[in-house]
Design a protein around this ligand. Structure first.
Ligand SMILES: [Zn+2]
Length: 194
């Protein structure tokens, strides 16, 4: 079977100056099925060019593993190594947040009343993150023209910003967290919604 065409990538800056490489997010890969499909070929997630030196060919190097509690499974993450500058790039499918132990769909579910038997502590933690100030994120999205400039009233939380994105029709309500996180990530690499 033909490997699927490389998805669109978004780069984050390196976490530190000394670190080579970083994380790329495959924004179009939203499910486990496509993720497995792409993992099956070394080309499935291969970026066209190294984001650090701009010229190196990237070789499928090794894997990292991320445990996602809501899916109760370990997700394999492919890493590529640049043949020229030795930068290492890991490629996350869009449904895996960079720093959290649950998939975006799992987090979306926790937000709603459908949450059911999920641990209270986890739900609280999510609520706490979403209640952080969203002012910087809002201004960012307004400056970029993603959201209209006019409404600067109040002091929005992150949840409030997500809500505005839904109201403006920028993101779908069912996948609001994941889509908003991708938007913010695209706006300023390194800044995260959650
Ligand atoms: Zn390179």
């Amino acid at each position: 079977m033909e490997p699927p065409a490389a998805p669109a990538y978004l780069e984050t800056s390196s976490e530190s100056k000394r670190q080579r490489g970083g994380t790329l997010i495959a924004v179009l890969v939203s499910g486990m099925k496509e993720h497995f499909q792409r993992l099956s070929s070394p080309d499935g997630y291969r970026p066209e060019v190294c984001g650090r030196c701009g010229e190196g060919r990237l070789h499928a190097n090794d894997h990292r593993y991320r445990w996602l509690r809501d899916l109760q499974q370990e997700v394999r993450i492919r890493r590529y190594l640049c043949a020229v500058c030795r930068a290492v790039w890991q490629v996350l499918p869009a449904f895996v947040p960079r720093f959290l132990q649950r998939s975006w769909p799992g987090l979306e579910q926790m937000q709603g009343e459908r949450a059911g038997p999920l641990p209270v502590a986890t739900k609280k933690r999510l609520a706490a993150r979403l209640s952080l100030s969203g002012i910087m994120v809002l201004e960012l999205l307004q400056t970029l023209g993603v959201l209209p400039q006019e409404d600067r009233s109040g002091a929005p939380t992150r949840a409030g910003v997500v809500q505005r994105l839904v109201q403006a029709g920028v993101v779908d309500e069912r996948t609001a967290l994941q889509e908003s996180a991708v938007l913010v990530h695209r706006a300023v690499p390194g800044v995260r919604l959650m």
